[in-house]
Design a protein around this ligand. Structure first.
Ligand SMILES: Nc1ncnc2c1ncn2[C@@H]1O[C@H](COP(=O)(O)OP(=O)(O)OP(=O)(O)O)[C@@H](O)[C@H]1O
Ligand SMILES: [Mg+2]
Length: 194
């Protein structure tokens, strides 16, 4: 991806930054941030080699019923990844949950329940899926039907948290997932998860 096609920066996390693409409102590009610390670069080199490609594979391997909740990765190259950029029914860009104070939309929470039941069914646990903040977007499919869309799902296991070897166990992954999920519901639904 030549830098001439990159438009404004639309977000950044710990490791990557995300840019709009000129003339393509439904796409974005992610690449590693310049100026990562020595420790971050070491972590990447040792444990997260091929992070973009892994994310691409993760998307492709998802059970079909889960795919609507995960933002598609379109293509990967060694140094960047092209992903979809969620759009609302009116063509505007969907916003991350962190942009909302609370999410008062019944359909959204029903979709969240459905997604949780799919995580249970397939025993797939993405720790960061419901991280407070920026990894989940609220996509408005219509004025009344909103849906959660996860835009960052690269963290799947102990490699993300090498100090926590307990994460090799499914039961521990699940516990960590639910801790974050409960915080997400408390914060954005305003009621504790049952
Ligand atoms: N598909 C997307 N559409 C729109 N914005 C996005 C998309 N993907 C990422 N972003 C924005 O860019 C930010 C950085 O992307 P991402 O979360 O993938 O980076 P990261 O460094 O891997 O994150 P983390 O710090 O959670 O590990 C996100 O928090 C989000 O605000
Ligand atoms: Mg992120």
């Amino acid at each position: 991806m030549s830098t001439a096609r990159l438009a404004e920066k639309i977000g950044e996390g710990h490791l990557r930054e995300c840019f709009a693409i000129k003339g393509k409102p439904g796409l974005c590009v992610k690449r590693l941030k310049p100026g990562l610390s020595l420790l971050q670069r070491l972590h990447l080199r040792l444990l997260r080699r091929g992070m973009h490609r892994l994310e691409y594979k993760t998307y492709r391997r998802l059970p079909p019923k889960m795919k609507p909740y995960f933002n598609p990765v379109i293509s990967v190259a060694p140094d960047h990844l092209v992903a979809a950029r969620p759009l609302d029914f009116d063509g505007s860009h969907s916003r991350p949950v962190s942009h909302h104070r609370q999410i008062a939309n019944k359909a959204f929470w029903k979709e969240v329940d459905n997604l949780i039941s799919l995580f249970e069914k397939y025993n797939i646990w993405f720790f960061d899926a419901f991280q407070l903040g920026e990894n989940v977007f609220v996509q408005k499919l219509s004025p009344t039907h909103w849906r959660p869309v996860i835009v960052d799902y690269k963290r799947q296991g102990w490699r993300s948290y090498p100090a926590q070897l307990n994460l090799l166990l499914d039961s521990e992954k699940k516990k960590k997932f639910y801790r974050k999920y409960r915080r997400f519901v408390n914060r954005y639904k305003g009621r504790p998860a049952v």
